[in-house]
Design a protein around this ligand. Structure first.
Ligand code: FES
Length: 150
């Protein structure tokens, strides 16, 4: 079931993570990507792997097509944690790539699902192993799946 946290049903202002069916996490806004405590990208538009198959993690390399990643792109559970500043349109969101784990969200972000469902907040964990039962959020399945990534 789609979740809507935003008062306006999900706007395009600020930092947005779109979740296309069977595709990556498409981020726009002010995005910082961190790996191992180091910023590796500062961008306004980036696609991060969420099928777990990219050879260029955390970035999408198109492997989801060959992997038959069939996720519908809807919010199946979980949410971002609301907080102050979540509606600020000029504040960056940092995506921390946790070793062998999810993409940690730190900063204002609105997740917009393929069916229009939204979740807005300042903190959370997005699945990047492809195995979560509550995509696009992490449910800890990466551990049992033996997901490995920097
Ligand atoms: S990264 Fe996929 S369940 Fe945690």
């Amino acid at each position: 079931m789609a979740e809507t946290n935003g008062a306006d049903g999900g706007s395009d202002r600020g930092n947005v993570a779109r979740i296309p069916p069977g595709g990556p996490i498409c981020l726009t806004g002010r995005i910082v990507v961190e790996v191992g405590g180091r910023g590796i990208a500062e961008t306004d538009d980036v696609a991060l792997c969420r099928c777990g198959q990219s050879a260029n993690k955390p970035f999408c390399d198109g492997s989801h097509r060959g992997a038959d990643f069939a996720d519908p792109g809807v919010i199946q559970g979980g949410r971002l944690v609301p907080g102050q500043g979540e509606s600020a349109s000029d504040e960056a969101v940092t995506i921390i790539c946790k070793t062998d784990g999810p993409l940690l969200v730190r900063g204002p972000l609105t997740v917009v699902a393929a069916d229009g469902g939204t979740s807005r907040g300042i903190k959370g964990a997005l699945c990047r192993c492809g195995e979560s039962a509550i995509k696009p959020f992490c449910d800890g399945s990466h551990r049992a799946a033996g997901f490995a990534a920097e």
